[in-house]
Design a protein around this ligand. Structure first.
Ligand SMILES: Nc1ncnc2c1ncn2[C@@H]1O[C@H](COP(=O)(O)OP(=O)(O)OP(=O)(O)O)[C@@H](O)[C@H]1O
Length: 227
């Protein structure tokens, strides 16, 4: 049996529970990602895909249900252990790059490695290698404001991959780019994902991009179904 890198079972989430403003977003999400599989998460706006990705990436907690990442049941772990798994095993990419503006591209890719215990030399070497891989060696010393949208997003990919995670979670990673740039940047992302054997859950509204992934799932009415 193939290794399951992410397992979600019975995930529920309601914002403002018990209040008039309660929003029941997830009503029992089940999803398993085997090693190396790239899955498109297609969902209408407001259906809870960011909420689901944040729960899967241990950035938010479910009301009930189980999140298992690389064999570790997050619900049974201390906050500190959850943070360690998040740093070491999960890469997260947002629609907007969320790079730290006062740091260079190189530093943005080094920081998660330093937080994960890497030495400065090793973090720098790995960051330069990743930036080279996405064609940005010449931009290593640039700050985010000095980069194009597509370049900044490629730096964000490098940052997400810096610690060699097993799981990549992406929330419309090319949603903010024009179609040609989106296509090119998505191609780079897929190449790296394939090379490293990562499992990925990539939310997108773009059916063409979804069709380039191994599997498509839909989030609708609070549950995930095969697309
Ligand atoms: N902190 C919060 N408090 C209350 N309601 C929230 C909160 N965060 C999200 N919601 C609501 O939960 C629902 C799902 O939000 P979420 O951001 O997960 O959707 P989404 O599918 O990612 O949407 P989009 O594609 O528009 O980004 C929305 O109706 C939203 O208004």
């Amino acid at each position: 049996m193939s290794e399951i890198v992410l397992s979600l079972s019975g995930i529920t989430k309601t914002y403002n529970p018990g209040k008039p403003a309660a929003v029941e977003v997830l009503r029992g999400v089940n999803l398993e990602l085997p090693r190396g599989q790239v899955v498109a998460l297609v969902a209408p706006s407001g259906s809870g895909k960011s909420t689901l990705l944040h729960i899967a990436g241990l950035l938010d907690e479910a009301e009930s249900g189980q999140v298992v990442i690389a064999g570790q049941d997050a619900g049974r772990l201390s906050d500190r252990a959850r943070t360690e798994i998040r740093r070491a095993e999960v890469g997260f990419i947002y629609q907007f790059h969320h790079l730290l503006p006062e740091f260079t591209a190189l530093e943005n890719v080094m920081l998660p490695q330093l937080a994960n215990g890497a030495s400065g030399g090793a973090a720098k070497a790995r960051a330069l290698e990743l930036l080279g891989r996405v064609g940005l060696s010449a931009r290593a010393g640039h700050r985010p404001a000095q980069l194009s949208g597509g370049e900044a997003q490629r730096v964000a990919f490098c940052r997400a991959l810096a610690n060699g995670p097993k799981l990549l979670l992406a929330d419309e990673p090319t949603g903010n780019l024009d179609p040609a740039t989106s296509d090119q940047v998505f191609g780079v992302l897929m190449e790296i994902v394939r090379e490293t054997g990562l499992s990925a859950l990539i939310a997108t509204h773009n059916f063409e991009l979804a069709a380039r992934m191994d599997r498509v799932v839909k989030l609708e009415n609070g549950v995930v179904t095969e697309g």
